[in-house]
Design a protein around this ligand. Structure first.
Ligand SMILES: Cc1cc2nc3c(=O)[nH]c(=O)nc-3n(C[C@H](O)[C@H](O)[C@H](O)COP(=O)(O)O)c2cc1C
Length: 412
């Protein structure tokens, strides 16, 4: 008899909750919410589809903790219990015995495009650099009082997530958003108590974690998504990541998802065809840290995912785009009918357009595909940039492209 796949072994988290297998659906912003920022029937159907696919943990797209600080239009916002009925419906639709549904909570900080906000905030008033900079205003520095108020907001949102019946919560501290800005010595040039050395730069994250723990109790899973490295000069480093992971682990975090980059260096979406974008960085990680780790980005084959788990380089594998193309991927692993896949390369066939619009269209293709899944339709991602562009314009109108990240490297 074949030995069962390492990917299908259950995992017990520090809080005592057992996850049915080692696959995690990484957060992908859906953009389905209307002006009220409540989840709706599209969220319910999409997450029912993901749950039925058998993935151990499914993470929602980033949900904002403050309706005045959106990362993108169409975000769900949880800031009080006004959407409790809709949240309960979403939580119920997206869970099965095999598949848990966690909510990713986020604040964009300075990575809130200028068409959404007039008053972006950050640890320090330092503008975003890189090819996307024109889409973002220079932020103002938060006051210490405002930071304390944000800590409370994260805790309030986490409690609502629990009360609505979701199975866990994830703090988004990766990809250059507010929490990641605080961790970065490049973006955080405050003084104590929330800036300076790493102990102070991680204070916001640790206070958010502790306030959430207080709000949800010891047996409800809390995870974090953080960068293994910012991959930028003067940014958050691998050494910093080891320290933050150790502190969170000692305080009882249940799961640490590792990714990398930001809008300034969008390595989280992959820059080469190499499988496992951050596997090399993983070798620099302190292996004595006890909290279970998820490594996300660029996994496409069972054999590579299995070797990561088998060698205990990480306890779980995070998948995003592959699960849009094949939400049943984990069921296929169960019955031995999945070996590997590749993502379609979406191209215009015109070099300049491919360079300028390629990544935006690439991201749009997955957003469109999630909408098809949410409508109970099958998904086929077109490799023709013109076709994707046409579909976006038909589905969302001309404003979609103005409202989307109007820059070279769209990421979250
Ligand atoms: C359409 C789309 C939306 C995304 N939204 C989020 C998000 O809300 N939060 C987040 O942490 N990462 C987000 N990501 C990044 C993914 O979680 C993941 O880190 C990245 O896609 C690499 O994994 P993959 O190679 O398996 O797709 C998004 C990615 C895509 C394609």
């Amino acid at each position: 008899m074949d030995t069962p796949s390492h990917l299908l072994k259950p995992l017990t988290l520090p809080c005592g909750v057992t996850v049915s297998n080692r696959l995690l659906k990484s957060a992908m912003s859906e953009g389905f919410a209307h002006k009220d920022h409540a989840p709706n029937a599209l969220h319910e159907q999409l997450y029912q589809t993901f749950a039925e696919g058998g993935t151990g943990i499914v993470i929602t797209g980033n949900v904002m903790i403050d309706s005045t600080a959106l990362g993108e239009p169409g975000n769900v916002v949880i800031e009080d219990d006004r959407h409790m009925t809709a949240l309960k419906r979403w939580a119920k639709a997206g869970q099965t015995k095999e598949s848990a549904l966690w909510v990713q909570l986020n604040h964009p900080g300075k990575q809130a495009p200028r068409f959404i906000t007039n008053d972006p905030v950050a640890p320090s008033a330092i503008p975003l650099e890189g090819t996307m900079k024109r889409a973002f205003k220079t932020p103002r520095a938060l006051t210490d009082e405002e930071i304390k108020a944000l800590v409370k907001r994260f805790a309030t949102s986490a409690k609502i997530v629990k009360d609505a019946g979701f199975s866990g919560v994830q703090i988004h501290a990766a990809h250059g958003y507010l929490m990641s800005q605080f961790l970065s010595p490049k973006h955080n040039q405050r003084e104590a108590p929330y800036g300076g050395d790493l102990k102070n730069r991680m204070r916001f994250l640790i206070e958010v974690y502790e306030a959430m723990r207080e709000a949800v109790g010891d047996t409800f899973p809390i995870g974090v998504k953080m960068n293994i490295d910012d991959f930028i000069d003067g940014g958050f480093s691998k050494e910093d990541a080891n320290v933050v992971m150790r502190v969170l682990s000692e305080r009882g975090i249940d799961l640490i998802e590792l990714s990398g980059g930001s809008y300034e260096t969008p390595v989280m979406m992959g820059q080469s065809n190499k499988e496992g974008f951050f596997l090399d960085s993983l070798t620099a990680m302190d292996q004595t840290i006890l909290a279970p780790r998820v490594i996300t980005g660029g996994f496409r084959s069972k054999v590579v995912m299995e070797s990561v788990i088998e060698k205990s380089s990480a306890e779980m594998i995070g998948l995003a785009r592959p699960l849009v193309i094949n939400p049943d991927l984990v069921n296929h692993i169960q019955v031995g009918s999945f070996e590997s896949m590749s993502l379609p390369r979406i191209r215009f066939g015109v070099k300049r357009l491919d360079r300028k619009l390629g990544p935006i269209v690439g991201l749009s293709a997955y957003e469109l595909a999630m909408k098809r899944l949410a409508k109970g339709k099958t998904v086929k991602i077109s490799t023709c940039g013109w076709r994707v562009l046409g579909h976006v314009l038909i589905a969302q109108g001309v404003k979609a492209f103005i409202r989307r990240r109007p820059a070279k490297h769209p990421t979250r």
